[in-house]
Design a binder for this molecule. Structure first.
Ligand code: XMP
Length: 517
């Protein structure tokens, strides 16, 4: 896909590089990330209007530290250096960087000393602003052409500017929410410094992608495996808009979905969009195969493999296809920089339907591979998918199987499904659904004694989990308002036979994971 107005982000391995890309896109400008040692090629390919140099764990004081490729440094395009990016710019353009006696980590304040294009309409000289710092080294002597425009206690050159060359750099991280004005500084770089208009919209993306899909597929046939999740559904609807009946969707229903989910997918695709859909009810096959499996990884492996087998059978039945569509997202394809054992590049490849394209000799159609999760939701709404579908919490591919520690049986799936439905219904009624990243119940392989009426019960324990998160990589337990958990517990124990006790899981990630298995 051709993006004439791109900002290229050169990744030096910061944990938060992706946030820079998001802030740029929020400013209505398309952005791509390239690891520093593949940045020269990406620069030549994208011909960006500006470059942002990320932070990173290395020290420019070290001889073998990563560098900005010369082809980028001397190209004359506007640049914004962030933290390590600032230090690399300084060192490579003739200034000096020193190892600090004491670094700054966490919240700090900068005093604005002078105006510059980055600050337009955001910061004024004489003001003091909160920023988020995380650095050991600092810029000791500026490279020729630069002037300091803001200072902090630990970094006299907290922000530096070279207006003639349109190069700006800052010691703090503007991309994190702890720098309250950071997003506006990044937007200023994109618009005022690089001169971009900020008109990259989902409507434009949709139109451009449709053209791309038509050009790639031509008269070919595409098969799309639906998982019940948002990503594959959005990919399918977009592809259908591009090529209509050349697309067939295959929904492998493994019987491990939440209450009402399969009906929702079928209703949406057949009823609402009239997209050709093969609905395979494979619950018996999956349930029989899961008998006796208790190890979480073995469950995942069995489900993944069986999914592919069933999908492959169905694909053959409908006469095969040259293309396989997947809802792969940008975070799955970003090449990540790793500094363990020296700078190296590892490519995270994620296949929703692992191994299938090679096995069936199919080419991939991945229309979402440039988007972040929240952008997929925006695209889904743009395509007319209902809010209730697009805004759904993430759900793992292996489904309820990894929320039933121990052996998975039809009966235990049913108990969990009913309890989970009550929990989610109460969350929706309380208006809390959108404040939570993921909420679900887990049916534990533990039994506990209870009394109901005059009788003693001895049934399973259920754990409730709800977390907040921005990307699923870290998570905090959600704090429900007083009385909520008691209400849900009472309903579940009263209404779901097979559950005698309910607990709430307060573990954050790390050290825990979001799922129990
Ligand atoms: P964890 O449990 O690793 O989960 O903290 C992070 C996010 O990933 C989801 N998850 C999965 N998704 N297949 C998937 O498609 C899986 O095997 C799987 N395991 C975890 C989880 O629901 C959470 O959103």
């Amino acid at each position: 896909m051709n993006h004439p107005d791109t900002i290229l982000i050169v990744d030096f391995g910061s944990q938060v590089t992706q946030l820079i890309a998001r802030r740029v896109r929020e400013a209505g400008v398309y952005s791509e990330i390239a690891p520093f040692n593949a940045a020269a090629e990406a620069f030549a390919r994208t011909r960006p209007a500006g470059v942002i140099l990320s932070g990173g764990p290395a020290s420019v004081v070290d001889a073998d530290s990563p560098r900005i490729p010369d082809a980028i440094l001397h190209a004359g395009v506007p640049m914004l250096g962030v933290c390590y990016g600032q230090q690399a710019l300084t060192a490579q353009l003739g200034g000096t960087v020193e190892r600090g006696m004491a670094g700054e980590f966490g919240s700090a304040f900068v005093d604005v000393a002078d105006g510059c294009a980055l600050f337009d309409g955001v910061w004024t000289p004489g003001e003091r602003h909160r920023v988020w710092m995380s650095h050991g080294d600092h810029v000791a002597a500026l490279a020729p052409g630069f002037r300091p425009v803001a200072a902090s206690a630990g970094a006299p050159n907290a922000v530096i500017a070279d207006d003639a060359r349109r190069i700006y750099a800052m010691q703090f991280h503007p991309e994190v929410v702890h720098t309250p004005d950071g997003a506006r500084l990044i937007a200023n770089f994109a618009r005022h410094v690089c001169g971009l208009t900020g008109d990259w919209t989902m409507a434009e993306f949709r139109a451009a992608k449709i053209a791309d899909i038509r050009a790639q597929v031509r008269e070919g046939r595409v098969i799309c495996g639906l998982s019940g999740g948002v990503d594959s559904a959005v990919a399918a609807v977009l592809i259908h808009e591009a090529i209509g009946e050349q697309l067939t969707c295959v929904f492998v229903d493994h019987g491990l979905l939440r209450a009402g989910e399969a009906e929702q997918v079928v209703g949406l695709f057949r009823g609402h969009y009239n997209i050709p859909l093969v609905h395979v009810d494979a619950a018996t096959l999956f349930m029989n195969g899961l008998a006796g499996i208790t190890d979480p990884e073995l469950k995942r492996k069995f489900i993944g493999k069986t999914f592919i087998d069933v999908f492959e059978d169905e694909a053959r039945k409908i006469g095969g296809a040259g293309f396989l569509a997947q809802g792969t997202l940008y975070p799955d394809v970003i090449e990540s920089v790793s500094f363990t054992g020296g700078p190296s590049v590892t490519i995270k490849s994620h296949h929703n339907v692992g191994g299938l394209p090679e096995r069936m000799d199919m080419k991939l159609v991945e229309p979402l591979r440039e988007l972040f999760k929240d952008e997929v939701r925006v695209l889904g709404r743009e395509l007319g998918l209902p809010d209730a579908f697009v805004g759904r919490h993430p759900f793992p591919g292996p489904g309820l199987a990894i929320r039933i520690p121990g052996e998975v049986t039809r009966e235990r799936c049913e108990i969990l499904r009913r309890a989970d439905a009550i929990y989610l219904e109460e969350i929706r009624t309380a208006g809390l659904y959108d404040a939570i990243w993921q909420a679900f119940a887990v049916l534990l392989p533990v039994r506990s004694v209870g009394v109901m009426g005059d009788a003693r019960t001895y049934e399973s324990v259920l754990a409730l989990r709800a977390v907040t998160s921005t990307d699923g990589m870290t998570a905090e337990a959600f704090e429900f308002p007083g009385g909520f958990l008691a209400r849900v517990t009472t309903r579940i124990v009263n209404e779901v036979r097979g559950v005698s006790r309910v607990t709430y899981d307060y573990t954050s990630k790390p050290p825990g994971t979001i799922e129990w298995e």
